[in-house]
Design a protein around this ligand. Sequence first.
Ligand code: HEC
Length: 250
Amino acid sequence: MPRAILIAAFFLFASGATLVASADDRQFRLSVPDTLADSGLMKYMLPRFTLKTQVRVELVSPGQPAEAAFGDVGTPVFTGIGRTWSIEVISPDHKGASRFASWITDATGQSAITGFKVDGSQPFALPTEVEEVVEDISYDGDRLLGQQVSRVHCGRCHVTARGDESLGIGSTPSFFALRSFEDWDVRFAGFYLLKPHGAFTQIEDVTDPFPEDRPSPIAPVELTLDDIEAILAYVAGIEPAVLDAPIGHQ
Ligand code: HEC
């Protein structure tokens, strides 16, 4: 490459906020005050957003560089912990960040806010002007793929289909049992964040690599967001187990 072009390319890169932004459309930084981060709402809500949009969210503390922020400024989106929370899009050009701002005000985002429960009560509500929307969720993943992925990757521990009862590990809940939870879809959408999966699961473009000093203890489960969408579509169609007694009472 002629030197002049190399130098030009270097300056373009060095000053290239727009270049970097377009490469980063799939990820943005969200500023979240500690009280809100500690509530658990983000952990519940963000995997659903990531699953739907393939955009990954990195949480940062107020004061750090971010493309969007929860706080007093912007559009009010929910109330809880004694105040109203607004979303501010700091970088309106950032596709991922503006996608998040519109997601959190649409039916899916709103149901992720009101669906979050702690010990049976609902800590966050929609701002009073906004009518609650009952979401009609459709799972448009590939069911057949979901069945296969479940059998191959989850069937090492879970019974994932009728007729496969001899597979799986007895102490691990079957997919039928998990399907009977009211919020089964949230648990499946973010299963990689729930124990024990984090230690051995990698989701392409979403999870960080295993820490060097803690490699996966078993052959890792490696999936894409499409695979998870397919699993959700499959599990949506299976029959929930009828539990005779609430779990924990035997
Ligand atoms: C190495 C074993 C193993 C594999 C592989 C595995 N799981 Fe699990 N999973 C478990 C165990 C054990 C639990 C129960 C954890 C508990 O009760 O705390 C569980 C629980 C769950 C739950 C409920 C979590 C909760 O806390 O509500 C979901 C959803 C789930 N698994 C989905 C999956 C999916 C989807 C796959 C495949 C992509 C998978 N699991 C693969 C062992 C496994």
